[in-house]
Design a protein around this ligand. Structure first.
Ligand SMILES: Cc1ncc(COP(=O)(O)O)c(C=O)c1O
Length: 484
């Protein structure tokens, strides 16, 4: 990393300099620097309105950068050890779609985890690729997905010698890191590209106890939600490609395909300033978050009836690290589901990231301090001390049906669909994804044949009051089937 150059903020400075010129705008946006903004908008956005610019050739072009944006992206690449980095104003969603489109064509196989984020399926639909699913692994005690083992990845690659790429999620939402380096090494030996959905990993390089970054493990491309755990604005991400990655032209084209032609320059400046902040103060800021998270985890584990797993999770096979800033708090010992705990936390002014089974997931980031950490622990303590809760058995996950893939998701997407009563749809090709949390792994995805096993799984989940995610009919009395 070039420490001197990393002090610069080329795009932030260019935007500020441009605003100082006070040009009279005869271009979009229609509010013209806030001149016609409503009183509410002025209160809400203030000075930001003057910076609300999109696709100004005077400043630079996100899709063909030659000036300050190019410099800002080069600094991001330098910081993260990439050959080339791209900015995204459509999150990691766009980055996942673009990297898949860059390496896979119609009908080509891509190996992915079954619990991949839905943007991965989006990329598969856009590219026309055929997904090959890695077997999913779920830790029933902790109620979290573990991701595939190196052995499972190697077996799947051997069984699909024509696969073009493997895409892996690293780390998981809950901070669990699979043993990525040997998987990448093996895939590369067999001529596959390795793409990594590192949405939850923009902070990894800044603390030695966090899992190694995907690029450091040898990935070809890594998509990171800069906005999720570091300092840029919501919706902004980066896609990093290793030096000499041979599909850069395709990535460049795909990144322009999946984003607005009016990228907001305020959002892009937030990426440049987040990069600058990480380069100049990343280790201190992320170090503080790790420290606070360790303290919170230890205090939560001192409260009777509550539990937050830590590094002992690494006893499961095939894992290489844990991002300790992700705190899963299990309330089963005080008789609460994650959803009920979430409501009780909300009543005390605490909002968590997600809930599943008996736990909530709280994120400690560089935005936290001793006060926010203490407020979380205090709220958990109050819930645990309330009389009445009976310890509940941890719900054991049912084994997931084995997917029967018969069409590419793109074929199913494009096919004419009809609504069919669930039980009558056995044997039909399904046109939608159905997922329950936990385990957050699809029961069925577009292009797969609905089996009796799937129907029994769905009914069991519905009987237990689980709400399906992605289903067009959330009662699941009916399902979308492709007309054959
Ligand atoms: C694993 C994973 N990948 C990708 C995404 C999409 O990221 P973004 O919200 O930045 O588009 C998410 C969002 O939650 C995610 O959890």
């Amino acid at each position: 990393m070039d420490k001197i150059k990393q002090q610069q903020k080329p795009f932030v400075d260019a935007l500020e300099e441009y605003c100082r010129l006070q040009m009279i705008p005869f271009h979009t946006p229609g509010h013209k620097g806030g001149r016609q903004a409503s009183a509410y908008q002025r209160t809400l956005f203030g000075e930001a309105l003057r910076r609300d610019l999109g696709l100004m050739y005077a400043l630079d072009n996100l899709f063909q950068p030659v000036g300050p944006l190019q410099e800002a992206m080069a600094l991001a690449a330098d910081l993260y050890g990439a050959g080339k980095s791209f900015f995204s104003v459509n999150g990691t969603t766009a980055c996942n779609e673009a990297m898949i489109m860059a390496v896979c064509h119609e009908g080509e196989e891509i190996i992915i985890p079954r619990e991949a984020h839905r943007s991965v399926l989006g990329g598969i639909v856009l590219s026309g690729a055929m997904p090959v699913y890695l077997p999913s692994r779920f830790a029933s005690e902790e109620q979290v997905s573990l991701g595939p083992t190196p052995a499972a990845v190697m077996r799947t690659i051997q069984a699909h010698p024509r696969a073009k790429a493997v895409l892996l999620t690293y780390p998981t939402y809950e901070g669990i890191a699979i043993d990525l380096a040997p998987m990448i090494h093996y895939a590369h030996e067999r001529g596959l590209y390795v793409l990594v959905d590192e949405a939850h990993g923009a902070h990894l390089p800044f603390h030695p106890d966090l899992p190694a970054s995907a690029l450091a493990c040898g990935a070809d491309c890594a998509a990171q939600s800069t906005h999720k755990l570091t300092g840029s604005l919501t919706q902004t991400s980066m896609l990093h490609c290793r030096a000499d990655f041979p599909r850069l032209t395709q990535v460049t084209a795909a990144m322009s395909f999946v984003q607005s032609t009016s990228p907001n320059y305020w959002l892009l400046a937030s990426l440049d300033s987040a990069r600058h902040q990480l380069a100049t103060a990343g280790p201190a800021l992320i170090g503080k978050a790790v420290q606070l998270a360790r303290q919170v985890r230890s205090e939560i584990n001192g409260i009777q009836g509550l539990h937050s797993f830590g590094r002992e999770i690494l006893q499961y096979e095939g894992l290489s690290g844990l991002d300790e800033t992700k705190i899963c708090i299990d309330f089963s010992g005080v008789g609460l589901s994650g959803g009920e705990a979430e409501k009780q936390l909300r009543a005390q002014g605490i909002e968590v990231e997600l809930t599943a089974g008996n736990h909530v997931l709280a994120l400690l980031t560089m935005g936290d301090d001793e006060h926010t950490a203490a407020a979380l622990v205090q709220a958990c303590r109050r819930i645990a001390e309330k009389p009445g809760g009976q310890p509940t058995a941890v719900y054991r996950e049912l084994p997931l049906p084995v997917p029967v893939v018969v069409q590419t998701p793109r074929q199913a997407w494009r096919g004419t669909k009809e609504r069919v009563p669930l039980k009558k749809a056995v044997g039909r090709i399904v046109g939608e994804t159905i997922t329950f949390y936990p385990p957050g792994i699809p029961v069925i995805a577009p292009g797969e044949r609905l089996t009796g096993e799937c129907v029994r799984y769905i009914q069991e989940k519905m009987n237990r009051q689980y709400v399906p995610n992605g289903a067009s009919d959330i009662t699941l009395q009916t399902i979308l089937a492709v007309k054959e």
